[in-house]
Design a protein around this ligand. Sequence first.
Ligand code: AMP
Length: 396
Amino acid sequence: MITVANINFNNKKALIRVDFNVPLNEKFEITDDSRITAALPTIKKILADGGSVILMSHLGRPKEGPTEKYSLKHLVNHLSNLLNTSVQFADDCIGENAIELSKNLKNGEVLLLENLRFYKEEEKGNIEFAEKLSKFGNFYVNDAFGTAHRAHASTAVIADYFKNSKCFGFLMAKEIENAEKVIKNPQRPFTAIVGGAKAGDKILILENLINIANNIIIGGGMSYTFIKAMGGNIGSSLLENDRIDLTKEILAKANEKGVKIYLPQDSVIADNFSNDAKISNSASNEIPESWMGLDIGKEAIETYKTAIAESKTILWNGPMGVFEMSNFENGTKQIAYSLAEATQNGAFTLIGGGDSSAAIHKFGLENKVSYVSTGGGALLEYFEGKELPGIAAINN
Ligand code: AMP
């Protein structure tokens, strides 16, 4: 894997695709800058080598071209402070003015281009647009793992214009190395924990994990479609009727391969979808009519904790319940704590997917696990066994 660590950027103009898709409040202030700080090591290395840096990113999902709300100009001051150097801004990501700014960029200087998604061509992976972007630098660096599963102009197509002058940034390299630790030759037993709302979204990852994991722990809303498929009564819990056959197939395949599937034997149930609902505990396959399972129960937590403690490699994607509501956060919280404990005892733990990393941050455990991925969809697709366009474009 070629990374920025292998290259001397002295006198080079590095065009870096970063993921600066940060949340902004109504005053356009950044409320969480972790995506920016994650890219700093790559930027600093290039500047320290004596190169210059042109940064390109998307922000949000602008529908109608340039929009104040989605302008990357709101990031300039904060980025300058973090880098301790001034950052120039081009109010367009293509065009003569922007090109002029990049031509005049001296070694050690930084230029941020306006939001790539102000052009529809970006998401369409348009070749002419990619070619225009390629003119900004003589070296291409991809450090945007969060968009590595997209074949967009700036994440994949552009790499064709940098045959022997492209590489991964530090963040991308770290993401790939950690994901590979799990998917290639994991220390065993390897336990995958898959949760979240919908079974349908997780079928592909489950199908792939059956070929690699020893145990698969299932939690969250998706578990009720499995329990229903096994003949249980799930009341008004989340159900995807059209996925029942697929969940049956998964259970049969796992059985064939000797992969142990854990489903929550009990659940915290509620009489409506609210933190103020009446709450009770129930076997997950005997949930009364009009009650719904919103978290895994105490017995399930104990079983899951034991399986986690016995594992050497653990992947976690998706919460065990509606962890955003305090009455239904316990399952997710206990799993997060047992991952931290397993890590302390020498297991390798990888957490990824938007909601499980949100959960690990909520409980303040992000530094107590081996790695928290910055990629939601990208990590999911990686573990579905797909080749990510952003990775392939650098490797090929
Ligand atoms: P996903 O994006 O598919 O990973 O799902 C995450 C969402 O699933 C979170 O917002 C949770 O609140 C929700 N969720 C987890 N467990 C349940 C459940 N038992 N019933 C309804 N929603 C759930």
